[in-house]
Design a protein around this ligand. Sequence first.
Ligand SMILES: Nc1ncnc2c1ncn2[C@@H]1O[C@H](COP(=O)(O)OP(=O)(O)OP(=O)(O)O)[C@@H](O)[C@H]1O
Length: 320
Amino acid sequence: MTAFRLLADIGGTNARFALQAPGDGCADIEVLACRDYEHVKDAIDAYLARAAARGHATDGIRHAAIAIANPVEGDMVSMTNHHWHFSIVALREACGLATLLVVNDFAALAQALPHLDARGRERIGGLDAAVVEERPLGLIGPGTGLGVSGVMPAGGGRWIALAGEGGHASFAPVTRTEMRLLDALWEEHGHVSAERLLSGPGLEAIHRVLAGERLAAADISARALDGSCAACRATVDAFCAILGSVAGNVALTLGATGGMYIGGGVVPRLGPLFHASAFRERFEGKGRLQPYLARIPTWLVTEPYPALRGVAALLDTATR
Ligand SMILES: Nc1ncnc2c1ncn2[C@@H]1O[C@H](COP(=O)(O)OP(=O)(O)OP(=O)(O)O)[C@@H](O)[C@H]1O
């Protein structure tokens, strides 16, 4: 019997784990809350114990890959939006693994984009072009933080994922309301990155400035969705418009003429409000370059665990 491989996608809030036999899809996916574990190894051990209790053979695991929400440079990994901090070599040895691949989570998600089918993505606007021509694809995803990435075609059906930190690029306001947001967040942070607005905490910050009220992101979107809070609706509308503007910047910067994808946990939770928003108008609203952007399709990633698929592809390459 072929041994399973362990896959993980670790964000600032959620750690998603799966087992995978080479060539197969993910099995036994489970989402754990990062805050419940002191160290990343505690979360791995907890997942493996639970998977074993569910009847999976977890003893022979030799290869693993982790997609994680921070830059990965060298051996030490330090999460941007959570306190986990570890050495890749020490973790590999402690887990008794032959291979432990650690990559940026949005680079892993980007790797999955060319392979998403109709069930894995929903078009928000622009042309309905399939990925027939090999053209760059862009990616932006608000979650606990803001991930930004893309994949470049490398010929012969191969794609190279980018591992940048574009969520930390400076926020550029477009409207007077956004000037107000920038002004207020300047006072708090000095440097105001796009992530300060385009993330779960960013949704809360927009609401704090525009409505003068502290509300959790989930409450803001729930009250906007059920129509009980006009100020919450205004917050969600501002968030979606800013996302359109920043997504347009990423598409222009990467030349993402194959399509621009929206990942992360926040946008799928906005439901119909995202479709009704100014996202697409603001995506295209770049003056003389509007016709260039009008041709680029924008897609919402609807596959539930796309980064796990991407990290599996990267592990295939690393263990080939
Ligand atoms: N119903 C909701 N509406 C809007 N935002 C929400 C809702 N529920 C949770 N969030 C926000 O989503 C964020 C978590 O997003 P996600 O599920 O993508 O987590 P993550 O993968 O751990 O994040 P990241 O990869 O960016 O570090 C949290 O900041 C939370 O406040």
